[in-house]
Design a binder for this molecule. Sequence first.
Ligand code: CAA
Length: 258
Amino acid sequence: MSFEMILAEKRGRVGLITLNRPKALNALNDQVVNEITAALNDFESDDGIGAIVITGSEKAFAAGADIGAMANFSYMDAYKSEYITRNWERVKTCRKPVIAAVAGFALGGGSELAMMCDIIIAADTAKFGQPEVKLGTLPGAGGTQRLPRAVGKAKAMELCLTGRMMDAVEAERAGLVARVVPADKLLEDALATAETIAGYSLPVVMMIKESINRAFESSLNEGLLFERRVFHSAFALNDQKEGMAAFVEKRKANFRHD
Ligand code: CAA
């Protein structure tokens, strides 16, 4: 597929999206988000893709929503168009695992895009922040909701209320980031992680993602019940038979994703 503001390619069983608006530090406007949506639709409907990576450039994952594009919005412009907030639902609703590989700035909507993904792997150059307060506004794509769930109330309040940036080490310590890697190894590491995931049974991977996400939407007892029922349903998969048979026969499992 060819796009203007992103690159999208398939590498084996991994779908790779690279934000490609370098002059604006990958600032996110409706076109960028529409293109991400189209690439995700393609990856999601392709049985040959088992995991997805979203990355940016060395300097910026994404420096936020495009400020110039919304600077003169009226309330009705924002309300009617849901500029920059509407289409991102596609990242959230993607059923296959999505890894954000973050180098450089992940600010405002950029940090929010990373948090919509399932795993954030950060380069040691990564900087996360919600600087909207400095612009006389607030996060609009989940920053006030996902950040406290990831790092707790105190740090989320501090970051959103001061607009300061958090480096990769602090982000990992706070629980926002799964792992920090040297910048020159970021993409290689994220693709290898995605390949590992994509090598497992796709329906099982989707069930794990769905079950973990359920933890954020339900009480513990409801979540445990959901997990148990999904666990039971996994016994209907050929891949469960294959995975357990391979263990018993001391060989590598050959998952067929069904
Ligand atoms: N929107 C539009 N353009 C942006 C941008 C953004 N969010 N961030 C950077 N750019 C543009 C700059 O205007 C500049 O363009 P020109 O060369 O044409 O002037 C280019 O990218 C390079 O940026 P800088 O010269 O500023 O680079 P720097 O290295 O000096 O600073 C930075 C980098 C600290 C990230 C700085 O660009 C910055 O503070 N950017 C804005 C970050 C921000 O406030 N993000 C939140 C946006 S609001 C939001 O995201 C709302 C939401 O929740 C949905």
